[in-house]
Design a protein. Structure first.
Length: 52
């Protein structure tokens, strides 16, 4: 299986998941974005703590 087939299979699975379980998909996206926001906040705190 090459990268192109893997990419198509991943997109097809995500489309199926969104159609079959929209609440679960929304929850998954919400968690992912929350995690990214938390990581960004932690990085900002770290960078602010470095003395100039």
């Amino acid at each position: 299986m090459n990268k192109k087939h893997l990419k198509i299979a991943t997109i097809a699975f995500l489309a199926w998941y969104v159609v079959s379980r929209p609440e679960g998909a929304a929850h998954m996206v919400n968690n992912a974005l929350s995690g990214l926001g938390s990581a960004a906040e932690s990085l900002s705190t770290f960078m602010s703590g470095i003395p100039a």
